[in-house]
Write a protein that binds this ligand. Structure first.
Ligand SMILES: *Cc1c(COP(=O)(O)O)cnc(C)c1O
Length: 405
């Protein structure tokens, strides 16, 4: 960056950004929720679109001067539908939520009343905080979702460490939730969306699939789509979908009625936020355009192959890989048999510029700030061009650092 306005105005921030850029080039980034966006996406996100206020929906704004913003947002909406095979269907999409957690909360407020019951994945078994996590020992609510709603959780089978749909059904029957949620941050296996929908139907619940992590794998055809089954689908745009920070909510008008579109839109604005981040929405549009190119299909498939190579090699090297592998872009390792805690492993790896995060594992015996597992992912390095052989190398380096204690 020569003649950089930022460098002139604020060399302090400029230099820190340069350092971070160099760090991203050099480190082995294995955090599965991270990726590297294209220059095109960055250009859109850094554009003049952030100068405009556009409260409302495309072609229904509170302020004038939105003729181009309207076109950008509605183009992003139609690309979102197209990227997931939903063009000309009765799916509604809202692309305004700034993050996944807010998209989820908006969705709950659109379809539930305070006090209603929700059933989602146990956090320690790979679920997400935004599904209403409460501390298991004290019941202390952790998020606004768990303060506002009566939240419950299903767990993995203790032997297989994967979800057993019979147990999910039993739990759903006991809880009688208004909404059944799937999706998580550390669950390495594909979710059977058809079965989840059947369970939801059995107890009269709505089925919401949160595919924040897998969005790019679904768009790229490497993981199965929840859309044939779910009532509601939410996702972040920055993970495997390789877009900017942002999120989208999809709702089936066929299953929920035409008025769900207004309910979702109203929950987002004015329910939870003011003006949308037009620059991010444009960046999401660009990322979706990229996700519809043949190259992205290869990317999604490669993410899975790379994660599988990593998992296989780690198992050969004696690691306990939860569920014995992965169907996705992420691998979860239980370190207890290796004599390491998650925190110590994370720190030891960071010293040699391998960036992977500590994580809870099924049947967790540690604490959230020092859990027993390590989470690894392929999206970032796959974008950088890494193939299976490179990931075998990564596995060997990890094994070297985390030698049996
Ligand atoms: C990452 C994630 C979210 C939250 O996304 P943010 O943009 O960080 O708020 C929600 N649900 C799941 C399953 C996630 O993995």
């Amino acid at each position: 960056m020569t003649n950089s306005a930022l460098q002139k105005t604020d060399p302090e921030i400029y230099n820190l950004i340069q350092s971070e850029e160099a760090r991203q080039e050099k480190d082995l980034e294995l955090i599965p929720s991270e990726n590297v966006v294209s220059d095109a996406v960055r250009e859109a996100v850094g554009s003049v679109l952030m100068n405009k206020y556009s409260e409302g929906q495309p072609y229904k704004r509170y302020y004038p001067g939105n003729q181009f913003i309207d076109q950008i947002e509605s183009l992003t909406e139609s690309r979102a539908l197209q990227a997931f095979g939903l063009a000309d269907t009765e799916w509604h999409v809202n692309v305004q939520p700034p993050t996944g957690a807010i998209a989820n909360f908006a969705t709950y407020t659109a379809v539930m009343n305070p006090g209603d019951r929700m059933l989602g994945m146990n956090l320690y078994d790979g679920g997400h905080l935004s599904h209403g996590w409460k501390l298991p020992d004290t019941g202390k609510p952790i998020s606004f979702t768990s303060r506002l709603y009566d939240t419950h959780f299903y767990t993995v089978n203790k032997e297989t460490r994967v979800f057993d749909y019979g147990e999910v059904l039993a739990r759903a029957k006991a809880v009688q939730p208004k909404i059944l949620i799937s999706g998580g941050t550390a669950y390495p296996r594909e979710i059977d969306h058809k079965k989840m929908r059947e369970i939801a139907d059995t107890v009269g619940a709505l089925y919401m699939a949160d595919i924040a992590h897998e969005a790019g794998l679904v768009a790229g055809g490497a993981n199965s789509s929840p859309f044939p089954y779910a009532h509601l689908v939410t996702m972040t745009t920055r993970k495997t979908l390789r877009g900017p920070v942002g999120a989208m909510i999809f709702a089936s008008k066929k299953l929920l009625g035409d008025d769900i579109a207004d309910k979702i839109d109203f929950a987002v604005f004015p329910g939870l936020q003011g003006g949308p981040q037009n620059h991010s929405i444009a960046g999401i549009g660009v990322a979706l355009h990229e996700a519809m190119q043949p190259e992205f299909k290869r990317y999604a498939a490669q993410c899975v192959k790379n994660a599988q190579a990593l998992a296989d090699e780690l198992m050969k090297l004696g690691f306990d890989v939860v569920s014995g592998g992965t169907d996705k872009h992420l691998v979860l390792v239980d370190l207890r048999s290796r004599g390491w805690t998650g925190k110590d492993a994370q720190n030891a790896l960071e010293k040699v510029e391998i960036i992977a995060n500590k994580n809870t594992v099924p049947l967790e015996s540690g604490k959230p700030w020092n859990p027993s597992g390590l989470r690894l992912g392929s999206p970032f390095l796959t974008t950088r061009g890494y193939k299976e052989n490179d990931f075998l190398e990564v596995a060997r380096k990890i094994a070297e650092i985390l030698a049996k204690n």
